[in-house]
Design a protein around this ligand. Structure first.
Ligand code: MG
Length: 158
């Protein structure tokens, strides 16, 4: 049996925060604002996986009113999502993601993101695809006020 899910997330970019994307710390003069480490890519992946399994969304499982998740490493959130799916008998098939941000360049960091995410999902690195695009200087992403991510996931069980 197969299911697919979709995830979307957006975070504001501000001075004085670290920029975590795909579980990797990216050197940049601005970082994403949020309750956790604000890793927009991992949040989109979490939502895609939860969506595929019919388990709601990241806000339901990790509410920003809960101090347990304050400053949390989003890799731990993703691990918990994979565990929740496992409880229902689901295994991850693959994920495909697109990051949308104006700066910095993401491609040099993609191999590290894939090798970070794949073992958490229990899949091969080629089952974690990460693409990046700018927003052609338009809108809040184009003005470098924020970063967005889309993700789709396939999950399977026997
Ligand atoms: Mg988020």
């Amino acid at each position: 049996m197969f299911r697919v899910g979709f995830g979307f997330d957006v975070h504001q970019l501000v001075e004085g925060r670290e920029l975590w994307l795909g579980g990797v710390l990216i050197p940049h003069h601005r970082g994403a604002l949020g309750h956790s480490d604000a890793d927009v890519l991992l949040h989109a992946v979490c939502d895609a996986l939860l969506g595929a399994a019919g388990l709601g969304d990241i806000g339901r499982h990790f509410p920003d009113t809960d101090d347990r998740w304050k400053g949390a490493d989003s890799k731990l959130l993703l691990k918990e999502v994979v565990r929740l799916l496992g409880e229902k008998g689901w295994q991850v098939g693959n994920v495909d993601c697109t990051l949308i941000l104006e700066k910095p360049r993401i491609m040099p960091h993609v191999p590290a993101m894939r090798s970070t995410i794949a073992p958490i999902l229990g899949v091969a690195e080629d089952a974690v695809n990460i693409k990046a695009t700018t927003n052609e200087k338009m809108g809040f992403v184009g003005r470098e006020e924020g970063v967005a991510a889309h993700a789709v996931a396939l999950i399977q069980k026997d």
